[in-house]
Design a protein. Structure first.
Length: 339
């Protein structure tokens, strides 16, 4: 990955997006989708005389400054991420639509690479793909260690987020199948060996749909992240692994009773690792990485669940030591099918 290339591509993405935002009188996000399409198509799209000829000339010159086809996936992903960070600020995007921070995406990816290396075939799913930052970060890392093919799928019910994800993966030249649907409806994707997700937090409004899940609330709306955990485990192949970004207090709320009742008979809780408190505005906002495994294919509940909290990212030595301990624990305790 080249930092200089990332900065060059971001400059092109940002300037062209801002130019189109003014020319088309639209949001930064929609203008970004337009500029991404232009890059992929190799020409500036004009509809009903917009953008005008002068703007087309300006954009064409801009696009020539960044030969993105020659950049590696990580370089492109980080440039897209920078553009999305600006979109969050400019368009005032709600919290559940914000992208997974890069450091967290990298950690989740690194944890799964140790479990899935040398596989001949792997099916990967992100149930709440959003703009695709987590999925493509994980996919890039897996591509380096999985010996065979990876089929990747992303599901989201927001068509704008999916359009961003599609553009991002195409610019990264990573094949991903995207499905526009409610992730709590019957899924239109195959069973998956690995599920990753940065789970949205809040209540799911469709009570009739939630009623089909064991983790639904007995009264009122159900927590969407509880339902999604159940859906993810349903979608896993026997012995498959789910790695999720969840609230640190996941099992300590009043509403967690249904989740705790469902868990022992449906999934192995293999790990819960709190992320450094310094990353979050307050203790209530702290997140953790949850590792679940579906029973079957020789998988078993580990004798010692991996519990702990990552050291500060500022203490690189302690952080690297902690990650090494997690990887050693994974390799000694978790088994995934080889295919």
């Amino acid at each position: 990955m080249s930092q200089e290339q990332t900065e060059t591509l971001f400059k092109v993405l940002d300037e062209s997006t801002t130019t189109l935002q003014t020319a088309l009188a639209t949001s930064y996000m929609d203008a970004f989708i337009e500029t991404g399409d232009n890059l992929l198509n190799g020409e500036v799209q004009v509809e009903d005389g917009r953008p005008d000829a002068a703007t087309v000339k300006q954009l064409t010159a801009l696009y020539q400054q960044a030969p993105w086809q020659s950049y590696d996936a990580e370089t492109v992903r980080r440039a897209v991420q920078l553009a999305m960070l600006k979109a969050i600020r400019v368009d005032e995007i709600q919290a559940n639509h914000q992208l997974t921070p890069d450091t967290i995406a990298y950690i989740m990816g690194y944890l799964v690479t140790r479990l899935e290396h040398n596989k001949q075939h792997l099916t990967l799913l992100d149930l709440t793909v959003g703009t695709g930052n987590l999925l493509t970060a994980v996919l890039s890392q897996l591509n380096a260690v999985v010996a065979g093919t990876i089929e990747a799928y992303g599901v989201d019910n927001d068509d704008t987020m999916l359009a961003i994800a599609q553009l991002s993966s195409e610019l990264q030249q990573l094949p991903v199948n995207y499905v526009h649907q409610d992730a709590l409806d019957p899924l239109l994707v195959p069973a998956s060996d690995l599920v990753v997700a940065d789970l949205p937090i809040g209540y799911y409004p469709v009570d009739a749909n939630a009623a089909g899940y064991q983790t639904h609330a007995t009264e009122g709306h159900s927590f969407v992240h509880h339902l999604l955990l159940e859906q993810a485990v349903r979608q896993l192949t026997p012995g498959g692994i789910g790695v999720f970004l969840v609230p640190s207090q996941l099992f300590q709320t009043e509403e967690a009773k249904g989740l705790l009742k469902w868990l022992p008979n449906n999934a192995y809780l293999q790990g819960l690792l709190n992320l450094p408190g310094e990353l979050f505005a307050n203790a209530n906002a702290q997140k953790a990485i949850l590792i679940l495994q579906k029973p079957g294919a020789g998988a078993k509940q580990v004798k010692q669940v991996m519990l702990g909290e990552f050291p500060s990212f500022k203490d690189q030595s302690a952080f690297q030591k902690f990650v090494a301990e997690i990887v050693q624990w994974e390799e000694q305790n978790l088994m995934t099918k080889r295919a």
